[in-house]
Design a protein around this ligand. Structure first.
Ligand code: PBG
Ligand code: ZN
Length: 326
């Protein structure tokens, strides 16, 4: 007891603080999302996400070389198609934007792990994540298209696929399709507990993927539910997921912690667009200190239990982590 016990003893010097730090942050656990669009010489700023851009294919080699040089092992690709239609045909077109981007990146930076988001919402004219029937997304009709999309990404050279549509059976459908085609070693990172979140707002500007009617509450999870997240994770593990994801991250740290506690699987957390925008807006106003606020947020996600953090802050955070810390 105090006065013999003094917890401040271990905080007096930087060396001591470093020695007893429980949660080191490293770019080795980051995945950097990229938005890829058709066109040439395109580097279009995304207004609600300062520092993020829509990039055309010719911009990708320099971008991924920078990502690799910062020690970030992986990118996660989102695509803006040339055309949208009711079945999201460009999602599974061998010459689609993602398929071309995968080839361009693997050519420029073979060591970079290329992960693709597997969903239909960027490619459908109605903006929903699957096939719409009678005003709602039809689960089982969507599975075949998700499986085709995942296969075509893998055939283009993707190292891992990340299904995000929140359809029941999507991991199983993709696993079967990949295995049938000989891609037994391609892992699946499943968006297992994905909530119907307001924090995806800026992303839908970036990826032009807002639903044109209704919302995603019939397939994404109710933010009020934590136990249900464990059932979603259980389901995806049963279906063959290799990595399980919780999304968003900061408003759902309790969910990350419970998933980590209950399952011996690598856990990824998606620090989503709205989380990024919130910090950047406050920083732009001079209300938060940039480096400290961002590194503290990422550390919190790690401390909650995330092994992998998907974050738009990856490049800046990697740069800061190379500098001496206070
Ligand atoms: C596609 C998808 C979304 C995000 C990742 N994959 C949007 C959505 O579900 O509406 C959100 C990512 C972010 O906000 O950064 N289904
Ligand atoms: Zn979607």
């Amino acid at each position: 007891m105090f006065p013999q016990l003094r917890l401040r003893r271990l905080r007096h010097t930087k060396a001591l603080r470093t020695l007893v730090r429980e949660t080191p942050l490293s770019p080795a656990g980051f995945i950097y999302p990229l938005f890829v669009a058709h066109g040439n010489g395109l580097r279009d700023p995304i207004p609600p996400m300062p520092g993020c851009f829509q990039l055309s294919l010719d911009q990708l080699p320099a971008e991924v070389e920078e990502v690799a040089s910062l020690g970030i092992p992986a990118v996660l690709l989102f695509g803006l198609p040339a055309q949208k239609d009711s079945l999201g045909a460009e999602a599974y077109d061998p010459e689609g934007i993602i398929q071309q981007a995968v080839r361009a990146i693997k050519h420029a930076s073979p060591e970079t792990l290329v992960v693709t988001d597997v969903c239909l919402c960027e490619y459908t004219d109605h903006g929903h994540c699957g096939v719409v029937r009678d005003g709602d997304v039809d689960n089982d009709l969507t599975l075949e298209l998700l499986a085709r999309t995942a296969l075509s990404h893998t055939q283009a050279g993707a190292d891992m696929v990340a299904p995000s549509a929140m359809m029941d059976g999507q991991v199983r459908a993709i696993r079967q399709e990949l295995d049938r085609s000989g891609f037994t070693d391609t892992p699946i990172m499943a968006y297992a507990a994905k909530y119907a979140s307001a924090f995806f707002g800026p992303f839908r500007v970036a990826a032009d993927s807002a639903p044109q009617f209704g919302d995603r509450r019939s397939y994404q999870m109710d933010p009020a539910n934590a136990r249900m997240a464990l059932r979603e994770v259980e389901q995806d593990i049963q279906e063959g997921a290799d990595i399980i994801m919780v999304k968003p991250a900061l408003p759902y740290l309790d969910v990350i912690a419970r998933v980590k506690d209950q399952y011996d699987y690598p856990v990824a957390a998606y620090n989503v667009s709205g989380e990024y925008s919130m910090l950047k807006a406050a920083i732009a106003n001079g209300w938060l200190e940039e480096r400290r606020a961002i590194l503290e947020s990422l550390t919190a996600i790690k401390r909650a239990g995330a092994d992998i953090i998907i974050t738009y802050h990856a490049k800046e955070a990697a740069r800061w982590l190379r500098e001496p810390s206070p």
